[in-house]
Design a protein around this ligand. Sequence first.
Ligand SMILES: Cc1cc2nc3c(=O)[nH]c(=O)nc-3n(C[C@H](O)[C@H](O)[C@H](O)COP(=O)(O)O)c2cc1C
Length: 339
Amino acid sequence: MTNYQKINKLMERGRELLGSKYALLGGAMTWISDANLVSAMANRGMFGVLASGAMDGIVLSREVASTQLKTPYNFGVNIILMNPHLHDLVDVCGAAHVSHIVFAGGIPDKTIIDKSHSYGMRVFAFAPILSIAKRLFKHGIDALILEGNEAGGHVGSVSTMVLIQDILLNMKEYPIVVAGGILRGEVFASLLQLGAVACQMGTIFACSRESGAHPNFKRAFLQAKGRDAATPVQLHKKFSIAPVRAIANRATEEFVEKQREIIARFERGEISAEDGQLMLEHFWVGALRIAVKDGNVDRGSLMSGQIVQLITKEKSLSEIISDIMNEAELYLNNTVCSG
Ligand SMILES: Cc1cc2nc3c(=O)[nH]c(=O)nc-3n(C[C@H](O)[C@H](O)[C@H](O)COP(=O)(O)O)c2cc1C
């Protein structure tokens, strides 16, 4: 055993599920979680997840191949369920022998879960309430991700703390990953003690040294406080939009304008609610690109979790991982009932 005797023991289930050294997922981040970052995570013992965002099958197959060239280790692919190329994307992953698929942006149906399993891939999905969590396991998913409202990017409306008590504590025997607002090793270890199989983080990795995000994007993160990472208001009851947590800037205001314009078209009967939601989704994907790739931190979206408050300097992946493991081990060694 290494120095990390206690935390290693707690990570056993997660390591088996993920096939990685650490029970630590680098959550998919559109435009950021590319072949470079994901392979760097995998090579350092984490489980990285490639973001397929708005990609089609051809683009994804290139990105998967490029990741596989850079690492011999497992990684996952995140697929947004409203992507019109959904089935192609699953086929691409299956043909490339990707080990895990993470479905996001909705609840996957049994057909797409079964299709992924037919390729031998493990399937992860998100659930906002206990009944959906149970249904997803009934439909055969291999692990559930609970992502609280304090996370960066598209979020549900319930906090990590509530999801832990509603779902994790009621389904301890199931493999559950917790995400949203996690950074310190003490919290990572405590969640594993409470029954989580692994933890997923995003915001911290967006500003890691290995992240290809523009320096302006990273700088904005290093300067922001938790209160800056907010979700814009929803303007119409019937027009439900997934809230997006991002550091408030001009893009946030433009999103509210865009929402107004789309709602007006919806009310005039020109577009369906689904079309409108897809248009808003495209707005975010485009705005995120402007910030991450072009470094325009005024007009682009700075999707970030509230944990940004704790991030004050750019660290390498190795530093981030060893800080978490050291904090976790120290915490477990100092806890009377650490097991
Ligand atoms: C810039 C950014 C982009 C993201 N894009 C995606 C995405 O494309 N798909 C997804 O499932 N989650 C996405 N997320 C959520 C992360 O995968 C992860 O679950 C989340 O960041 C964890 O919470 P944390 O930010 O508090 O660490 C994104 C998060 C950020 C910060």
